[in-house]
Design a protein. Sequence first.
Lengths: 285, 409
Amino acid sequence: MKISSLRHVRGFDVARPVSIGLMLGIMLPLVILPLLSIFVVGTRKGPGFFWASLVAPEAVYALKLSMVTSFWATVFNVIFGLLAAYVLSRYDFWGRNAVIVTISLPTAIPTAVAGFALLALWGPYGTLGRFLFPPEGKHQLMFTAYAIILANIFVTFPLAFGVIKPVFDTMSRSLEEASATIGATRWQTFWYVTLPSLRGAIVGGALLTFARAVGEFGSTILVSGNVAGHTQTAPLYIFAKYNSGEIGSLEAANAIAIVLALLSFVIFSVLFFARDWLEFETQEV
Amino acid sequence: MIPKMALAPDTDQHVSWAPDREQRTGVAASVRGLGKRFRKSRVLEDVSFDVAEGESLVLLGASGSGKTTILRIMAGLEQPDKGRVILHGKDVTDLPARERGVGVIFQAYALFPRMTVEKNIGFGLKIRRRPRKERRQTVDRLLKLVQLEEHRNKYPWQLSGGQQQRVAIARTLAYKPQVLLFDEPFGALDAQTRVHLRREIRALLRQVKVPSVFITHDQEEALELGDRIAVLNDGHLEQVGTPDEVYNHPATEYVATFLGAANLLLGVITNQAVEIGSASLPAARETRRFREGQSVKLVFRPEDVCLSQDANLPEGCRRLANGVIEEVSFVGAYERLNIRLDLTHRHQAQNEAPLYQVTINTPEKMTGVPIIVTRPKPDTNAPRYKAGDRVAVGLTSFSVLPNYTLARR
């Protein structure tokens, strides 16, 4: 992207360094320094301790669980986001606007409430759970990895949809019409014409969903049961370490936090720097 | 820059891009009594026309006249409320777009942005699951036909507008469409490219012999592209005919004024002549279908007016009235004269010296009926006219139309 700015004064324009400095000055204590302090605390016991914290079985398990549950939540939400975006941009039906608002609702609900809501439905004493997964029954949905996936799906529900829908809306209908007149079925049109144009939105929506799901805490802690080495995700592991009060647990928690911070840094870098590539895919020349 | 494109002759075997089942003569496509409403407003009313085999028909109309709706109904992208669409004798009104086998060239071409030129052209055969070899041969032949062989691996955005259009045409020809439908094919291009491209397309269509329907609001384009022109106005057909018919013998006032400039004068049929004020234009043939005393409109083109500074008009030119030249302006290849006709005074008797009564010395005193006259740039010894000259005005060609514009609908 090329940036050009209007010239307002003769000679040196003091507004440029001042405004850039102001922005960074605000970001520093609010975002940059807290992030840096994770790195400071996480590594202050030396590289040996840092590495040991990373490869501790429970830590590895927590990171893996986070990745896997976030992955499946992402897969689900991208597919659902595609379906919902398709339906909502192609068909008009009674209650359509209500559906659009409902899809976006999970972002505004506190994640703890989201977790409680899932428990209230699927838990052993929940409205559906009491029949499907009774307390005395063999199987439980809540307090398993599946519950974590459900929680992740709930809190990241609108993200992929929110990225895909605008692309659907702005996509020229004439591409699909052309495909139909050429003789393609609805499915062929979607597969060969519509989907390729959505590649950027799908990748972007997926990365966004994944990044958000990996960091999810509030709902996960309620529905997972938070059993170390079993249903403890990386954020829960960090929280547990903070609370444990053992020597070195703070540093161990921060070591995992460093991994999560780097992961989201990579994800958002991809989102930003691959933007041109992704947008190229959506533009219609 | 547009490279000059000479269409590649079909050197190897002769390939027809028209459908195989086609009968060489007869009607390729027809619409019968199309009617369409969008909410309360009527978009189409009882539109019927035929497209003959190999013919190109232009639907000409202003924006909002319903021409795009007709095209979309023919393509199956829109459903008519009334009427049928028939392609090669088969009623396709209830078939979805993909089963009709029509080729639509969309206004912005609608090439698939993620496919190369080659893949765009091959798409129709790919979804028909034709063998790879056949696909490649067809694509090769089409690339040659539209002269894009060296661009086969490019993406649509790497091509010029004209090249994209050729890809769009080739993409439809690949599956031998029953009819080609062009939606404002030159709307997105600049004037120069437009003229160039429509000649190309005309040549291409002559070669592939697929019946085509164009829609446009550009009358020049219509005259050049169409074997026949259907003039649409507010959802109904005003006239269907050859360019010569619609231009020189417009059936309605709308056709006369929409296709090129026209002068309109109100008159009355009197004794096998059109009486306009004090002037009388003998028109035994043209007035035959009217009754005595009927109110009519006299329509004539600016270029069908002949002028003379004495009373002697050239052979074949019927005298209308006298007039005064108000303004002379050069418009490139021709000269345009604004003339005020003196229609308030009695027509001169034979051999009577012309009496010029029109006064245009000051704006307040301007009288007479204004008309516009064009004539080719006069050569050196032809009479030059200047503002204020008094001339006799005659017509070489004109139409007489009933004056019922107000009564209509």
